[in-house]
Design a protein around this ligand. Structure first.
Ligand code: HSE
Length: 318
């Protein structure tokens, strides 16, 4: 009798909003919009891997080894862990995160590929210890993705500060966060992270560094206590937003519209083009105002009201 395909693992990775104003490259928060990935055996399949994609940008996703998840899976399994795949594999991906929107979609692929590789190399895994994979892949994920401020909150959940220590290690520290709900507004504008980094000056005046240090500390305190009045004063930045916001058509209008509609504070989500707004109330009104702000210069946009995810990446066997 023909062997039936078997689901080996399911991984759900949340969206993330990196930077949070002055926490450029160091801070991020996990939000409840998910990319979901399954790893299946594929007995009888000719190719070693087949990737089936559904949802956001599914039509553009490669089905073979050139797919980012498959490539990372095999590179990690064969080159880093020195193991072989148990046989032909199939990945099913269902994505809700818009690509290139500043919500950490590329981190979700890196995390899924790494978790699949490490799970295939660990026959001892069971329902009780499967969650240890999240910490096991953290360093590699930061190395591969390059943005710890997306990867760490996606893996660990909540608000996370991530640094590279003097000895070159990644240190990811979850921080308390009383804020539960945010508005994310995503314009239909492609602003790739490489491009968004290219607009940044290579050096900055000491006064701007001092400005950011103080603002970052107070942003952490405002998020810990849920004091959105304080966040309104602290969520400002001089390292990246002054260069990126004007490069995103309608972003300054949408930010203004959100503040006029009652948002306490607004920042870029990651490298953009999405914007992230905080408020105690009136989230629907703010969401609509941001869309209208982008629309005022003819830019289409889509708003979502999202909750902060406390636990990060979910992994289950079978
Ligand atoms: N911290 C990174 C940046 C995040 O702002 O370029 C990329 O999503």
């Amino acid at each position: 009798m023909k062997e039936a395909p078997k689901k080996l693992l399911s991984v759900r990775v949340p969206a993330t909003s990196a930077n949070l104003g002055s926490g450029f490259d160091c801070m991020g928060i996990a939000l409840n919009l998910w990319n979901e990935f399954e790893l299946w055996t594929a007995p009888g399949q000719e190719d070693s891997i087949l990737v089936e994609s559904f949802g956001e940008a599914a039509e553009r996703m490669p089905r073979d080894r050139s797919n980012a998840i498959a490539r990372i899976l095999f590179e990690e399994l064969e080159e880093s862990l020195g193991r072989e795949a148990p046989g032909p594999l199939r990945i099913v991906s269902r994505c809700s995160l818009p690509c290139g929107s500043g919500l950490g979609s590329s981190s979700t692929a890196v995390i899924a590929g790494l978790i699949f590789a490490h799970a295939l190399g660990r026959p001892d895994l069971n329902a009780d210890n499967i969650a240890t994979l999240r910490k096991a892949v953290l360093n590699r994920a930061v190395e591969i993705e390059g943005h710890g401020d997306n990867v760490a909150p996606a893996l660990l959940g909540g608000l996370v500060c991530v640094i590279r220590t003097q000895t070159g290690r990644t240190l990811a520290q979850p921080l308390p966060c009383a804020v539960r709900k945010v508005v994310v507004c995503t314009p239909e504008f492609h602003f790739l992270t490489v491009k968004a980094r290219a607009v940044l000056p290579p050096t900055l005046p000491r006064a701007d560094a001092v400005f950011n240090i103080g603002h970052a500390v107070l942003t952490v305190e405002a998020l810990r206590s849920g004091d959105l009045r304080l966040l309104g004063k602290s969520l400002d930045d001089r390292l990246h937003e002054p260069y990126r916001l004007p490069a995103i058509p309608g972003a300054l209008d949408a930010r203004e519209a959100a503040l006029d509609a009652g948002a306490a504070a607004v920042c870029l989500s990651g490298a953009g083009p999405s914007l992230l707004a905080f408020a105690d109330e009136g989230h629907e009104r703010i969401a609509a105002a941001m869309v209208a702000g982008f629309a005022s210069i003819g830019m289409k946009a889509h708003s979502r009201i999202l909750e902060v995810v406390a636990n990060g990446t979910e992994i289950s066997l079978g």
